[in-house]
Design a protein around this ligand. Structure first.
Ligand SMILES: *[C@@H]1O[C@H](CO)[C@@H](O)[C@H](O)[C@H]1NC(C)=O
Ligand SMILES: *[C@@H]1O[C@H](CO)[C@@H](O)[C@H](O)[C@H]1NC(C)=O
Ligand SMILES: *[C@@H]1O[C@H](CO)[C@@H](O)[C@H](O)[C@H]1NC(C)=O
Ligand SMILES: *[C@@H]1O[C@H](CO)[C@@H](O)[C@H](O)[C@H]1NC(C)=O
Ligand SMILES: *[C@@H]1O[C@H](CO)[C@@H](O)[C@H](O)[C@H]1NC(C)=O
Ligand SMILES: *[C@@H]1O[C@H](CO)[C@@H](O)[C@H](O)[C@H]1NC(C)=O
Ligand SMILES: *[C@@H]1O[C@H](CO)[C@@H](O)[C@H](O)[C@H]1NC(C)=O
Ligand SMILES: *[C@@H]1O[C@H](CO)[C@@H](O)[C@H](O)[C@H]1NC(C)=O
Ligand SMILES: *[C@@H]1O[C@H](CO)[C@@H](O)[C@H](O)[C@H]1NC(C)=O
Length: 335
């Protein structure tokens, strides 16, 4: 009997504590010393622009850029309001994801669904969130983040309508394949041929997967090819649906426009046929790019890249573009 009373009292206290606990996302932001700039910007935004955030019915996860991240912005670039709004939407994930619900590799659906910015058959754009052995959480969002993912600082903050993760970099909306490659500055040879595949890519309304070869390998492979052989080579690199790394399993067969390839996974390294994926899950506006060491489906070894210097990394151009987005982000809130 005494035990039963004890339980009743315990339950009472638990419910009192719960009633008292988490504030909503907006109020929680106000309490965070590293989010004062974001909090200020939100206070200046129109109700409409932050409707997703303020609707307590939504269950959301906010990746919240800290003061330093927003500080990078230079107030001189006036952009279209739509860019600004969509950039904010890309920081908002549809669903409440606690630290413990995040695995090693997560594809989180955002509120970025405007067809101008994302063409995935009506589905919203993702953030690719990874967690390593030491529990560091990174947020990947396209070519710009290849070597510099946005990093989560601290752990997730629970609120009444979802989670907040503080991040050290403002996220950039993934761009088209062409723009992403131009920004990266690392694929000049492939870019010479991109017009050959552009209409296929544009017509794939559910999105695409591109196996993008190391650019030196690509150049070496197609060196002596005629036009039709180059077209065949390019077709081997395209799948007309988005296939993320998390969609691949060992032994799986995948169909490109030119060939069937077998996926294998050895010691955590993914292979497409004989070629390994060196950079995975680079998001683009209409799908995903995986960089491969050699050319998928190529029947010669000329593409073998003996130069060790080639790897990922970003150009000054990318950084410039990124600053512009940062500016946009601030302006949205200050308008
Ligand atoms: C939240 O949900 C309630 C109950 O379903 C509804 O009455 C209310 O209009 C919703 N509020 C918003 C802002 O959507
Ligand atoms: C959010 O996710 C729910 C399902 O979990 C879905 O019904 C809804 O359409 C999504 N909202 C947006 C704006 O994508
Ligand atoms: C896009 O997101 C908005 C909310 O941000 C939602 O009202 C709308 O239904 C979504 N559209 C699609 C096609 O999911
Ligand atoms: C790719 O982007 C560059 C730079 O914005 C542009 O000059 C070029 O026309 C684009 N190419 C295609 C095929 O869209
Ligand atoms: C493909 O789409 C891009 C971006 O929407 C556009 O700039 C380009 O002209 C299109 N190309 C073709 C061949 O339709
Ligand atoms: C792309 O779609 C257009 C219009 O529907 C069509 O004329 C063109 O042949 C298509 N291109 C490819 C490569 O499928
Ligand atoms: C290796 O690097 C040299 C010098 O930069 C270049 O000429 C050559 O094409 C490269 N070879 C391959 C296979 O990338
Ligand atoms: C691929 O992975 C995404 C993200 O997890 C998921 O939404 C999608 O349904 C998967 N596609 C297939 C064909 O399994
Ligand atoms: C790479 O090196 C191997 C052996 O060292 C050689 O046979 C091959 O031709 C080289 N490939 C290129 C593209 O230089």
């Amino acid at each position: 009997m005494a035990f039963k009373n004890f339980l009743v009292i315990l339950l009472f206290f638990v419910s009192v504590l719960n009633a008292d606990s988490p504030k909503n996302i907006i109020d929680t932001i106000k309490d965070q010393p590293s989010l004062t700039t974001l909090s200020y910007l939100i206070s200046q935004a129109s109700e409409e622009d932050i409707a997703i955030l303020t609707n307590n019915n939504n269950s959301i996860t906010l990746f919240a850029p800290n003061n330093d991240a927003i500080q990078l912005v230079e107030i001189q670039f006036l952009s279209q309001p739509d860019t600004l709004l969509q950039t904010v939407n890309y920081h908002l994930v549809n669903g409440s994801f606690s630290d413990t619900s995040l695995g090693e590799l997560n594809y989180l659906p955002t509120f970025l669904n405007s067809t101008k910015w994302v063409q995935l058959g009506g589905k919203p754009q993702y953030l690719v969130v990874t967690r390593d052995k030491d529990n560091n959480i990174d947020v990947n969002y396209g070519m710009k983040s290849v070597n510099a993912p946005s990093k989560v600082i601290g752990s997730g903050i629970q609120t009444s309508n979802g989670y907040i993760y503080i991040i050290d970099t403002v996220l950039q909306i993934p761009k088209s394949l062409n723009e992403s490659l131009v920004d990266s500055g690392k694929y000049p040879n492939f870019l010479k041929y991109i017009s050959k595949i552009e209409s296929i890519i544009n017509n794939s309304t559910n999105g695409v997967t591109i196996f993008l070869p190391d650019d030196n390998s690509f150049a070496a492979t197609i060196k002596d090819y005629d036009d039709s052989k180059i077209t065949d080579t390019l077709n081997n690199l395209i799948i007309t649906s988005p296939i993320y790394l998390g969609n691949l399993t060992d032994g799986q067969k995948i169909q490109t426009l030119g060939s069937e390839e077998t996926i294998s996974i050895k010691d955590g390294v993914y292979y497409v046929g004989n070629t390994k994926i060196t950079i995975s899950d680079i998001l683009i506006s209409n799908g995903v790019v995986h960089v491969t060491e050699y050319v998928v489906g190529a029947d010669n070894v000329a593409g073998k890249n003996n130069n060790s210097s080639s790897n990922d990394g970003d150009s000054i151009m990318t950084n410039l573009m990124f600053s512009l987005i940062l500016v946009s982000f601030t302006i949205l809130f200050t308008l």
